[in-house]
Design a protein around this ligand. Structure first.
Ligand SMILES: [Zn+2]
Ligand SMILES: [Zn+2]
Length: 304
């Protein structure tokens, strides 16, 4: 049985919710590695690496942090409640948020994945002072955001994803919570213990072989059993399978036959460097295609 770690056992006590925060140098170096590995198709990786850089830059300017005492945090996790309040995004610094949206559009324009002029996002009703909170709540719930007719129409296609990415630096301002050294005693969910979002993908950590999932929004990492569906909670070994491409065994898709959903996992143990999962997620889009071709659905918003 390779059930990762017994969550009710002694091993759990040392585990903490951690956050990934690769620096610009690590992002660029990872991009170089992918360029060497893949002959083609690195454009999307370049775009996302650039987005990660602006997210990181914005993070340093965001003053409002999510704060919480150790006891409160522990109580919440025990009760299966994510640490951030459901309305954590209320009152975020909207000037920095709009700047993020603009920067992401400009990256998409520069890398010319799309023939887009930089939109005048300050004019958009959905991002106006009075509408922003409602818009963000739609984005977080995975509901469509409509830019209305006219000019906005041209930007409709990727708007939800862009608004999501612009929110990432705000969601990840919770370092003060993590400084409290929170263990992850009873969190067995497939959703993020910090913000409640779905996982982007997972990895088998090189240092200890644990399976960790990375949040698609706040970038925290949490432990999840190796045999287990992150979506429906299924733990039956006979209905959980892996898909691989060819001989490559370090990258796989965890498939659940019960709910027909999947999540990707890359084994970090045979790699020279720590994985940067948001980039790895894009580098392994071929696995998403393979899983979808076989009738499985991504549970997360990012690969959909
Ligand atoms: Zn999260
Ligand atoms: Zn399932």
């Amino acid at each position: 049985m390779t059930d990762g770690v017994n969550l009710n056992g002694q091993e759990q006590l040392d585990f903490m919710v951690t956050r990934t925060d690769p620096g610009v140098r690590a992002i660029r170096s990872a991009l170089e590695d992918y360029r060497r590995e893949f002959d083609e198709g690195v454009e999307s990786l370049e775009v996302y690496a650039a987005i990660m850089e602006v997210q990181r830059k914005a993070q340093g300017r965001i003053k409002r942090r999510h704060r919480m005492g150790e006891d409160e945090a522990r109580e919440k996790l025990k009760g299966g409640i994510p640490l951030l309040e459901p309305d954590w995004y209320h009152g975020i610094e909207s000037d920095i948020y709009l700047e993020m949206v603009r920067s992401i559009f400009s990256i998409l324009g520069e890398k010319s994945l799309q023939d887009l002029e930089l939109p005048d996002v300050d004019e958009w009703e959905v991002l106006s002072e009075g509408a922003l909170e409602n818009t963000l709540s739609r984005v977080l719930r995975g509901e469509p955001v409509s830019l209305g007719g006219g000019e906005g129409q041209r930007y409709q296609e990727n708007i939800s994803e862009i608004l999501w990415e612009a929110l990432v630096p705000f969601a990840s301002r919770y370092d003060s919570i993590l400084q409290e050294k929170i263990e992850q005693p009873s969190w067995q969910k497939g959703t993020c213990p910090v913000c409640g979002s779905l996982p982007l993908m997972g990895k088998i950590r090189s240092s200890d072989g644990l399976r960790l999932l990375e949040c698609s929004l706040c970038r925290c990492l949490w432990m999840f059993p190796r045999i287990g569906c992150t979506y429906c909670g299924n733990r039956e070994q006979k209905t959980i399978h892996y898909l691989y491409l060819g001989e490559e065994r370090t990258r796989r898709v965890n498939i659940c036959e019960k709910c027909s959903k999947y999540v990707k996992t890359t084994d970090e143990r045979e790699r020279a460097k720590d994985l940067i999962l948001p980039l790895e997620n894009i580098a392994t889009m071929y696995l998403d295609q393979m899983a979808k071709d076989q009738g499985y659905n991504p549970g997360n918003v990012k690969s959909g």
